[in-house]
Design a protein around this ligand. Structure first.
Ligand code: ZN
Length: 411
């Protein structure tokens, strides 16, 4: 067995054991692209090895997806196919683990009418509401990981022949998830513990707000919820199953108060949204709401993001990632949020997280909304971290504690 094949096997094992923590007799719903067929087979085999009851694999093809958007009328995207909703909702109800292999070509949908994409994301959220609710209530194990594919790899390494680029992207992906460790599953347990310490410290501070500043021009105050909680590393279901929703993960995050963000923030990395790029942008907030945005590239895409619904123009997440994070240090720009969000401090507009609020998993969406946790059909991350970013934590009594200086944790 060559080195890469061997590592892919270890990666699949890590995904099924640590990512999904798949239990004997449990169902697995696996979503993948036709471009990553081979790896999907390795993952399926591993799931059965771990005792999966049945693995349901849903393949999508990027080029066919593009054909849908080019040819179907806007009103087609205003509804969501019933069978697809039924698949998501019934698998969630049955207690399946949900695994997604991401491999998108960052520009797969460039030039497609943003209205169609917005309509589809709204319709899918509505139709799959029971599925999304099981996530909010902490009842579903879900895991998102990456898999190298030609379109994506050629974008990350444009100067290399495509097969070399794919192999190089695989190596980059594998390095981010510690597959090189002697025992990757144990390495992830250690990763979980190191997060727990910092989370506990942050939760004990009780910050009222964070003040972000850097030389790009960012000067933003983000208000936090008084019952807000910091999360990060691993997750755990209400019944106690530990899993990792994202692999890799280097972020500690919370959901800020939806009515309390003021100032301006500048992007530090390009944002790829549904296959369309947005570059060099700034967003102005007043009382938590986006009041202005400008982008050198992708102005229409940026405006479309905030137009999905009322909550799409308010914050749902603020995440702290040191500039010294291994993904930032690797120097690879992945053009994929799963990776890039772990290379940079970021914010997200749209849906907030129920587990970032004390008792939030037992609250309804409307109760959470009233408490300050944002509600939306969308959730879009954008990167704001730089080598000179400073973040001050401000307590309710006005005292200031520097959290980040020169892009990194002060503590
Ligand atoms: Zn995040």
């Amino acid at each position: 067995m060559d080195d890469l094949t061997n590592k892919l096997q270890k990666y699949a094992q890590l995904i099924i054991r640590s990512g999904c923590n798949l239990q004997p007799g449990q169902e697995l719903l696996l979503s993948a692209s036709t471009d990553t067929c081979e790896f999907a087979r390795i993952v399926t085999a591993e799931a059965y090895k771990q005792g999966a009851r049945r693995v349901t694999v849903r393949f999508a093809d990027e080029k066919i997806t593009r054909l849908h958007y080019e040819n179907c009328a806007l009103e087609v995207f205003e509804s969501f196919p019933q069978w697809q909703a039924l698949l998501n909702n019934s698998m969630a109800a049955e207690g399946a683990a949900v695994l997604m292999l991401l491999s998108e070509d960052p520009l797969a949908l460039v030039g497609i009418d943003q209205k169609k994409l917005v309509a589809q994301s709204r319709a899918s959220y509505e139709a799959c509401k029971p599925y999304h609710d099981t996530i909010s209530e902490g009842k579903l194990v879900w895991c998102i990981v990456g898999a190298a594919a030609p379109g994506w790899a050629s974008h990350v390494y444009p100067d290399l022949p495509v097969d070399v680029a794919v192999e190089k992207l695989w190596q980059a992906i594998l390095a981010t998830v510690r597959v090189d460790a002697e025992d990757p599953v144990a390495a992830w347990e250690e990763h979980r513990s190191s997060f727990n310490e910092r989370k506990a410290w942050l939760n004990a501070q009780g910050f009222d707000r964070l003040h972000y500043k850097n030389s790009l021009g960012t000067d933003l105050v983000v208000g936090l919820n008084d019952k807000g909680l910091w999360q990060g590393g691993g997750d755990v279901t209400v019944t106690g199953t530990e899993f990792f929703p994202n692999m890799p993960t280097e972020e500690i995050f919370t959901t800020p108060n939806r009515l309390r963000a003021d100032g301006v923030v500048y992007s530090s990395m390009p944002l790829i949204h549904y296959g369309s790029p947005v570059e060099d942008f700034s967003i102005t907030f007043k009382d938590g709401k986006v009041t202005r945005c400008t982008a050198r590239v992708g102005q229409d895409v940026l405006e479309a993001i905030f137009s999905v619904d009322e909550g799409a123009g308010r914050l749902g997440e603020c995440a702290l990632v040191p500039w010294s994070s291994p993904i930032q240090q690797s120097g690879v720009l992945f053009y994929n949020t799963l990776y890039d969000e772990n290379a940079s401090c970021h914010l997200a507009v749209g849906k907030g997280f129920s587990d970032c609020f004390e008792g939030g998993q037992q609250m309804s969406e409307d109760e959470l909304l009233a408490a300050g946790v944002n509600k939306s059909a969308t959730h879009v991350d954008f990167m704001i971290g730089t080598a000179d970013l400073s973040i001050d934590g401000i307590k309710p009594d006005g005292s200031v504690l520097p959290l980040f200086e020169q892009g990194n944790w002060v503590f």
